[in-house]
Design a binder for this molecule. Structure first.
Ligand code: NAD
Length: 295
């Protein structure tokens, strides 16, 4: 069934995600603080909204894809929040990566107004968003999960129900902590090979066919020139920004603290990404961690 969908947050991820909803034939109303992003989507067939409320009111499904918890909370909650305007027939799907506690707070405040909510953070990067092959990790009630799938199938390939509201965020943070460790480890291994005279392309092929194989080697090589389509070969233009990875690692460390989990590798990765931010690389792609290891 074709739906009326509101979509807010048309950045590196949200832009291509909203475009796929348009391509699937839904009526998609879009909004972003960045006007250029809105016009780009309008050119692709979306309806440009002038503000968040125009985007949201009366929609079957309303999706947000914003940077962090503070943006999500201020969009939905408080006196000026959408909570006061949203229709109770609208299912709210927040695809941003935020802390589980904030997701639960937004979900429970919306529930008090009779508005259904799921958290649905994604994995797969800009390439996955563009190709419509994202993994969605959903937290919320079964019936809300089923309704969310009506829109998520047009943006993703794997759609998981992780548990209650917040569970999607917990799983996503575990994944991104692991991803940051793999990116840092892949970078230091490649650099050591280069320092010992190996061609990084040859070494990458060897490790991709060996036990060190991982997603960063297969799809997102951090060494410039090895993989034409990777951000590393495009001056580390994001992709997925260092600032956002540092944010996710902050969430991972909070979660480790709260659950008394031992995460020495995650903690190391958190510190490396913070250092990278201090070097002025916050807006670079997160594969720029490779540069920390160059001589
Ligand atoms: P981004 O910074 O490129 O996009 C965020 C967009 O939100 C921007 O266009 C910004 O203008 C807009 N925005 C911010 N506040 C707004 C508001 N109040 N109203 C309207 N628009 C507003 O970020 P991104 O890379 O698209 O990431 C979005 C989320 O997805 C983050 O939580 C990130 O951690 C997560 N994520 C990113 C990737 C990736 O590879 N980039 C992958 C998985 C998950």
């Amino acid at each position: 069934a074709k739906l009326t969908i509101g979509f807010i947050g048309l950045g590196n991820m949200g832009g291509p995600m909203a475009a796929n909803l348009v391509n699937a034939g839904h009526t998609v109303r879009v909004f972003d603080l960045n006007k250029a992003a809105v016009s780009e989507l309008a050119d692709k067939g979306a309806i440009a909204a002038n503000d968040a409320s125009e985007c949201a009111i009366g929609a079957d499904i309303f999706i947000s894809m914003l940077p962090a918890s503070k943006h999500v909370k201020s969009l939905y909650l408080g006196e000026t929040g959408l909570i006061n305007l949203l229709d109770s027939k609208t299912l709210v799907i927040d695809c941003s990566t935020i802390d589980a506690e904030s997701a639960r707070q937004v979900g429970s405040e919306l529930a008090q107004k009779g508005i259904d909510f799921v958290d649905a953070p994604v994995s797969g990067g800009v390439a996955g968003a563009t190709a419509g092959t994202l993994t969605f990790i959903v937290g919320g009630e079964q019936s809300h999960f089923e309704k969310a799938k009506l829109a998520l199938v047009d943006m993703g390939k794997n759609i998981f129900h992780a548990g209650d509201i917040g569970a999607g965020q917990v799983a996503k943070i575990c994944n991104n902590m692991l991803l940051s460790i793999l990116m840092a480890g892949t970078s230091e291994a490649l650099q050591m090979g280069i320092n010992n005279g190996l061609d990084p392309k040859v070494l990458s092929d060897i490790m991709t066919a060996s036990s060190g194989r991982n997603w960063t080697l297969e799809l997102y090589n951090p060494c410039p020139g090895v993989m034409e389509t990777a951000p590393a070969s495009n001056d580390y233009k994001p992709g997925f920004m260092v600032d956002l990875m540092a944010k996710d690692l902050g969430l991972a460390m909070e979660s480790a603290q709260q659950s008394n989990s031992s995460t020495p590798m995650g903690s190391m990765a958190k510190n490396l990404y913070t250092m990278l931010q201090h070097q002025g690389a916050g807006s670079d792609d997160f594969s720029a961690i490779f540069k920390l290891f160059s001589k």
